[in-house]
Ligand binder design. Structure first.
Ligand code: NDP
Length: 292
């Protein structure tokens, strides 16, 4: 299977366009899922302090070649286990809301990196702006410190709306490399994507499949039939062609592979326009203003 293409972040660090999301993955399942995803070809993993599975993710990436080819419980691909080094992987984690503030952020980062068992992470994000706490600029200043100290290769934010980005940029010295936001055909974030383009921020879509719900959209299903692909592949291909990063989560080896197998076909302009017309402002998760 073709590996994911990479995008260059605004500081030159490369990120796989398709990564693997780990929200709601129980800690005990994380090592096996991460190892399986590595076997399938993923190199980019998205976790967070709040997910409670950083230790399990760390175990999975530490194992690196723990997948047993031919193990039927995992799909039995027969592919060989890759021998990877840390530099081959891209690991994102995130600062949780209760840890906002300069000193608290530095402490939270130490806990995350210790749980992951890593010396550095590739991307560290402020998980939510939590505007009512009024501390996200201070938290971000701590991310800038971590960046200068070489403990993170890139820093960014998540769930920031235009007003949060604009306020942050009044004091930030490092433009966020990424804004990770809910993004799928039913919530396309056109205004944010346009702003990101102007600011040099990479758009990363969370719940890229609309938490599975957008897979039943009739237009998506029609395109899937037309291309001989699955609904998930149509949506993930759409993300790739928009130039976004996307981090689908899946629980079986078959789906994990399916979601990465989107580089052997393309959607034409009419397909992309049909998908663009699906915007309906539908959120599977919280609105950023509701999280504090
Ligand atoms: P997704 O849009 O990735 O959808 C996941 C759901 O789709 C699961 O129920 C999964 O089922 C199902 N699914 C996956 N692949 C297929 C397939 N090929 N065919 C059919 N069903 C499929 O939603 P998530 O909410 O998990 O988002 C992805 C990641 O985004 C998270 O894991 C997390 O890393 C990140 N995230 C970040 C947030 C933030 O605030 N920054 C908030 C929420 C998520 P099953 O698991 O049973 O296979």
């Amino acid at each position: 299977m073709k590996p994911s293409p990479r995008l260059s972040l605004n500081n030159g660090v490369l990120i796989d366009q398709l990564g693997f999301g780990l929200y709601k993955v129980p800690p005990a399942d994380a090592p096996g899922l991460v190892t399986m995803a590595i076997e399938a070809g993923y190199r980019h993993f998205d976790t967070a302090a709040m997910y409670g599975n950083e230790t399990g993710v760390g175990r999975g990436i530490g194992t690196l070649s723990g997948f047993t080819p031919g193990d039927d419980t995992r799909g039995g691909s027969g592919e060989s286990s890759p021998a990877l080094s840390r530099e081959d992987l891209f690991i994102t984690t995130k600062l949780w809301n209760d840890d906002h503030g300069y000193d608290a952020t530095l402490r939270a980062f130490d806990t995350s990196i210790s749980n992951l068992g890593l010396e550095y992470v590739d991307l560290y994000l402020v998980h939510w702006p939590c505007a009512r706490r009024g501390l996200y600029t201070e938290s971000y200043r701590a991310l800038e410190t971590l960046y200068r100290e070489g403990k993170v290769r890139a820093i960014g934010v998540s769930n920031f709306q235009p007003a949060h980005l604009e306020h942050l940029l009044e004091t930030a010295e490092v433009v966020p490399a990424v804004n990770q936001v809910e993004l799928h055909p039913w919530l396309q974030q056109a205004e944010l994507r346009s702003l990101h383009g102007k600011l040099g921020i990479t758009t990363e879509g969370w719940s890229p499949l609309g938490r599975g719900q957008a897979l039943k959209d009739p237009v998506v299903l029609a395109l899937a039939a037309e291309h001989g692909r699955t609904a998930a592949q149509i949506i993930l291909r759409w993300h790739v062609q928009l130039g976004n990063v996307a981090i689908p989560k899946a629980s079986s080896y078959a789906r994990i592979r399916e979601n990465l197998d989107v580089f052997g076909f393309s959607l034409d302009a009419t397909d992309m326009a049909d998908l663009a017309a699906l915007e309906r402002g539908f959120r599977t998760g919280s609105h950023p203003d509701a999280v504090n």
